[in-house]
Design a binder for this molecule. Structure first.
Ligand SMILES: [Zn+2]
Length: 126
C-alpha cells in the first residue's frame, strides 16, 4: 500500500521533474527503487513513529523534504503533517542504494519477509 501511494505522491506533486530518471516502460515508477528509481525487486521495511520512518527514508538516500512528504502522503496527511503512533512502511530499495546506506534488503515476492528496521533497534540505522 505504501509503495503505490508513494508513486502517486511523486506523480501528484510533480517531483518527477526533479528526478533525473524517467518512468519505466509502463510510464510509472512501479517496482522501482524509492531512491534512484531504477527497477528493483528488493525492499526493506521500517516500523516506528513517523519521524523514525522519515529518518529511515533519509538514511536510504531520499532528500529530507521528499522523505517527509512521502510519509505525509502515504498516511493521508497534508505536507508537513504526520500522524502519531507506530507506522509500518515498506520501501523498495535496490541493492546498490542499500549498500550505500548500509541497509539490508531482500527480494520481494508474495509471502516473503523483508528486513525490517524497528525504532527501538536503531542499530540498523546508526
Ligand atoms: Zn536504488
Amino acid at each position: 500500500m505504501s509503495q503505490s501511494k508513494g508513486r502517486q505522491l511523486r506523480r501528484r506533486k510533480g517531483t518527477d521533474l526533479l528526478r533525473k530518471r524517467s518512468p519505466g516502460l509502463q510510464g510509472t515508477y512501479e517496482g522501482t527503487c524509492i531512491v534512484c528509481l531504477r527497477p528493483t525487486d528488493t525492499a526493506c521495511a521500517l516500523k516506528g513513529d513517523a519521524e523514525f520512518i522519515i529518518a529511515g527514508l533519509y538514511k536510504a538516500g531520499l532528500p529530507m523534504k521528499e522523505a517527509a512528504d512521502t510519509v505525509s502522503f502515504v498516511t493521508g496527511n497534508p505536507s508537513g503533517m504526520v500522524p502519531r503512533g507506530e507506522l509500518e512502511f515498506m520501501a523498495r530499495v535496490c541493492q546498490k542504494c542499500a549498500n550505500k546506506a548500509g541497509l539490508q534488503v531482500a527480494v520481494v515476492y508474495e509471502g516473503a519477509a523483508v528486513p525490517c528496521y524497528y525504532e527501538h533497534d536503531m542499530v540498523g540505522l546508526a
